[in-house]
Ligand binder design. Structure first.
Ligand code: ADP
Ligand code: MG
Length: 495
């Protein structure tokens, strides 16, 4: 087993990562760190999301900097503000014992004046989003003439967001001799432009290409027409009140509307999208990270790279246009060795897309049903029973209190008492109405059949309880095959 201290890192950095609880390097860290520390050349690192790419470039970068040199030596470009902030937070933590190293994140949506002031101090590393950096360069607030290391993080997303021109412009202000490291989850052909134009014979490391979708994720889909999606989503939440999830929508509008609808129904949800101010976005992310918020409804771009390690679920409220987005989205769950569930909402027109995803990403999607009220009640009461069983009463439970309760309940049989307790517990369970929401889809699918038969098919299955419980005898969508390409080349909107 490779350990961090075999990678050539200094004791200060080792101490910092030990305190972060990093026990052993991830695959990309194991492979990349020694190369980046010693090989003086361009580098491409490809590994799926959640595999620790930030430390894979952050740790060697910190080691290679010269703290005595006040010039900006490292520049990390990230596609979104949230990502930039997260990288900065991580780098701050890794450099805890490198007291003289100064790092600064600059991004749009925050005061440029404050950032210009902060840039007056020596900054060994700048983490930036392309638009804001360009603005700062034009105002001569940043000097990249002595830059030694340029890091392009989430390069695929950078290209998707149309930052090509900004990149071209930024790079004109950097010296030719610098070394460029490119990190990405995927390698779409658009990145080739960057590689061909800005990189010189890069050393390439690719982790787990054959297995690029995280195997700790259970991939599920549910057939649901658009008009039923909201209710269906709420049913999934009702069956599992401990759920912490991101719900992906396609547009900012959908995102906002869905979050508001959920909040109206008292679900602990809020929206994250590009129409919000930076302060609003920071606030939402902060609440989500602190567990004050359980449900984050987000656009792909706004949620990109969100590093929250304890999500139980990802919902694809609408399917993404490209396979790599599916991977990015579902990669928000099952991070840092945990397991998670990705549930795709598929309407009758999406079936083709789902088949494409299955083939391209080599995923066996499992079909689940929208939980009906019976399933919700049954799963919730079962969980409640297990919780009660696991409860150990305090040994110093007041005897008088206990005998009082026993006296009051004294005339009830065990059956009667349990019935009352269950009824009381059920009052807390939100089941929506008793309609089987799976019916709608069956009707569409079986239009040519007799009505009675269509109704008969809507069996009251459960969508999910917990991961073991949830294999409710549904068929699996199986397909294997090649990869690459996308079923929809339409341009994604910038967010
Ligand atoms: P990526 O950029 O590949 O999506 P991140 O760098 O954001 O992944 O890392 C994902 C999470 O894993 C972060 O919370 C990070 O702190 C954690 N992490 C990174 N490396 C390790 C490690 N070696 N051991 C444990 N956790 C790690
Ligand atoms: Mg990352």
């Amino acid at each position: 087993m490779t350990t961090f201290d075999q990678l050539g890192l200094s004791s200060q950095v080792l101490k910092a990562i030990e305190q972060l609880g990093f026990e052993k390097p991830t695959d990309i860290q194991k492979e990349a760190i020694p190369v980046l520390l010693s090989a003086d050349r361009d580098f491409i690192g490809l590994a799926q999301t959640g595999t620790g790419k930030t430390a894979a470039f952050g740790l060697p970068l910190l080691e290679l900097l010269d703290a005595d040199n006040p010039n900006t030596q490292g520049l990390i470009l990230a596609p979104t503000r949230e990502l930039g902030q997260q990288i900065a937070e991580q780098i701050e933590l890794y450099s805890k014992y490198l007291k003289r190293v100064n790092v600064l994140a600059v991004y749009g949506g925050a005061s440029i004046v404050v950032q210009m002031k902060a840039l007056k101090k020596p900054r060994h590393v700048i983490i930036a989003t392309p638009g804001r950096l360009l603005d700062l360069i034009r105002r001569k607030a940043v000097n990249l003439e002595q830059l030694q290391y340029l890091i392009l993080d989430e390069a695929d997303e950078m290209v998707n967001m149309g930052f090509k021109e900004e990149l071209d412009e930024i790079l004109k202000h950097t010296p030719d001799e610098k070394i460029t490291w490119l990190f990405s989850a995927t390698m779409p052909k658009e990145i080739k432009h960057i590689v061909n134009n800005y990189m010189d014979n890069p050393y390439e490391i690719q982790i787990n290409r054959e297995d690029r979708v995280n195997t700790n994720i259970a991939h599920q889909y549910v057939q649901v027409e658009n008009k039923t999606k909201r209710d269906a989503l709420m049913r999934f939440m009702d069956i599992d009140p401990e759920m912490r999830c991101v719900v992906f929508c396609r547009t900012r509008n959908d995102t906002q509307e869905l979050a508001e609808a959920l909040a109206r129904k008292k679900y602990n949800a809020d929206a994250l999208h590009g129409d919000l101010s930076q302060a609003q976005r920071d606030k939402v992310m902060g609440r989500f990270k602190n567990h004050q918020l359980d449900i984050l409804v987000a656009t792909d771009v706004a949620a990109r790279g969100i590093d929250v390690n304890d999500l139980t679920h990802v919902f694809h409220y609408s399917l993404p246009d490209e396979a790599q987005y599916y991977t990015h989205r579902s990669g928000r769950t099952a991070r840092a060795g945990k397991t998670g569930t990705s549930i795709a909402f598929v309407n009758s027109r999406d079936v083709r897309k789902l088949k494409f995803l299955a083939k391209d990403l080599q995923i066996d999607f499992e079909q689940v049903l929208i939980p009906n009220s019976d399933a919700i009640e049954s799963v919730r009461i079962e969980k409640w029973c297990i919780d009660v069983l696991a409860k150990h009463p305090k040994s110093n439970l007041d005897e008088e209190l206990l005998s009082k309760a026993l006296m009051i309940f004294g005339n009830l049989s065990k059956e009667e008492l349990v019935a009352k307790l269950v009824a009381r517990e059920l009052e807390k369970v939100n089941t929506g109405d008793s309609k089987d929401l799976n019916q709608d889809f069956h009707k569409v699918q079986t239009e040519h059949r007799s009505k009675r038969r269509a109704r008969g098919r809507g069996r009251g299955g459960r969508g999910r309880g917990d991961r073991d419980r949830n294999r409710s005898g549904n068929f699996k969508g199986k397909s294997k095959g090649g990869r690459g390409g996308s079923y929809n080349k339409s341009k994604r909107r910038k967010d």
